[in-house]
Write a protein that binds this ligand. Structure first.
Ligand code: SF4
Length: 457
């Protein structure tokens, strides 16, 4: 077996060792597994006869071995899944105490004490927030608007340039209306708990298109159980007073205005063609219009950003005082420009450190924001996580639902994926096609896919 550390990670390419250096031998017998690399060997015992325990023993042995060889440990230990808080959440639901949960995270999953505490803290907060929901009868609605002002360097979402696709947006809304009308009718006996309009950048829609979309939701769905209606405004270069006014005319109670960084040079490199001042201007405008739940997204590990740049960004964000802050660690996605054009961007440093993550957590605390959801992705800078912080009463419930998978989410629009969560915990998905032309041509098939998925509930 050959092991390639950091495979697919752009920033590791120059230092990638030869594959022969990493020949691994695995041997096992009667409840014991032995893993060797070069001169190092680690043995782990497991419950005999249970394949799942043998697999975990190999994973633990490999982790311990590579920690020894490299002198490094990973903040999340042997956990590779994207939802680490599901573990403490499940244990809390089964009546486990804090000590038992932390022991399991640290001793068996080899998670650092800081991350174990963070995961437990978040799981507790999520649990109390989700207690308001009726999992069986409730559901959430996602609406995807797959257009953007330009494509960011790290993006792998469905995002078509609005400058090219602007004359197709009305037809897109026609199809979306059809899908939403089906959903409203099919789920008429269920409780709609959250609506999330994402993308893409939903505010690439013109004011009359924003009105049309919100009207479709408000006139066709029963909103009496609605806890949250988010529109991810996202890019400041897609927003102006007219669009904010259009949003304000409706039931929307949470928006995002995402700077990612407050360093202009970085914005230029990552292809977000707006000024730092635009973020400040649009944020202040939204506040003055009465938006009292605004999220801001940031990314750690952006090209050539140092801890001083992060400190500067956090100082600027603190002056604005958002109600939610989501701190992402840069993840190198296969279909992103950062991966596809890796040579062009290879000279930059992509560094995320525990100091940076701790700095953002400290600033969040100073702003009165507490961590309330967390997820991880493959190939993240520094192997850290994405953390959402919120002021009391302002947490994004939809974000928690996505992570904890407690409730079905019906997703409409090109590239959107619906998720049915069954009573026994089984989860199934139905995907919509990403390509706009195919979405137009196959809209009835997308509706049939939804009907087939949710008829099983
Ligand atoms: S604004 Fe968001 S969805 Fe659009 S290209 Fe940038 S990262 Fe992707």
């Amino acid at each position: 077996m050959a092991f390639y550390p950091g495979e697919n990670m752009v920033y590791n390419d120059q230092t990638q060792p030869e594959a022969e250096d990493f020949s691994i031998n695995i041997e096992w017998s009667e409840g014991n597994v032995s893993v060797s690399v070069a001169t190092e060997t680690v043995s782990q015992s497991f419950t005999e006869g249970e394949a799942v325990y043998a697999k975990t023993a190999v994973k633990d042995a490999l982790y311990i071995l590579f920690s020894r060889l490299t002198g490094k440990t990973l903040p999340w230990g042997t956990l590779t899944g994207i939802r680490p808080t599901k573990i403490p959440m499940a244990m809390l639901e089964n009546g486990a105490g804090d000590e038992e949960i932390l022991r399991h995270m640290e001793d068996e999953l080899l998670v650092s004490p800081e991350k174990s505490l963070l995961a437990l803290d978040i799981a507790r907060r999520e649990k109390s927030l989700l207690e308001k929901l009726d999992y069986d009868r409730g559901y959430s609605l996602y609406i995807g608007i797959p257009f953007c002002p330009s494509r960011c360097l790290y993006c792998s979402f469905t995002a078509y340039p609005i400058s090219v696709f602007h004359d197709q947006v009305d037809s897109y809304l026609d199809c979306l209306e059809k899908e939403l009308m089906f959903t409203a009718e099919f789920f008429r006996d269920r409780k709609l708990n959250t609506v999330y309009v994402g993308g893409g950048t939903p505010t690439t829609l013109l004011p009359y298109q924003i009105d049309r979309l919100c009207d479709i939701v408000e006139k066709n769905f029963d909103l009496s159980d609605l806890l949250e209606f988010t529109i991810e405004a996202g890019r400041p270069d897609s927003l102006d007073e007219e669009k904010l006014s259009a949003i304000k005319r409706h039931r929307v109670d949470r928006i995002s205005i995402n700077p990612q960084t407050m360093k202009q040079e970085t914005l230029d490199i990552i292809g977000r063609y707006h000024r730092v001042e635009d973020v400040v201007r649009v944020f202040k405008q939204a506040r003055s219009m009465g938006f009292d739940n605004i999220n801001m997204d940031l990314i750690m590990g952006l090209p050539d950003e140092s801890i001083d740049d992060v400190r500067h960004t956090m100082e600027e964000i603190k002056k604005l005082g958002p109600d939610n802050l989501t701190v992402h660690s840069l993840a190198i996605k296969r279909s992103s420009r950062l991966n596809l054009e890796r040579e062009k961007y290879a000279s930059y440093a992509y560094e995320n450190t525990s100091e940076q993550m701790e700095l953002t957590a400290r600033y969040a605390a100073e702003m009165g924001l507490k961590p309330y959801y967390l997820y991880r992705q493959k190939n993240m800078a520094g192997n850290f996580e994405n953390v959402g912080y919120a002021a009391d009463g302002k947490a994004g419930i939809y974000n928690i639902l996505i992570m904890e998978e407690k409730q079905s989410i019906v997703a409409c629009g090109a590239g959107a994926t619906s998720k049915a969560v069954f009573k026994n915990g089984r989860i199934e998905r139905a995907e919509n096609v990403k390509d706009i032309k195919s979405y137009f041509e196959r809209i009835d098939e997308m509706i049939d896919r939804k009907r087939a998925l949710f008829s099983q509930e």
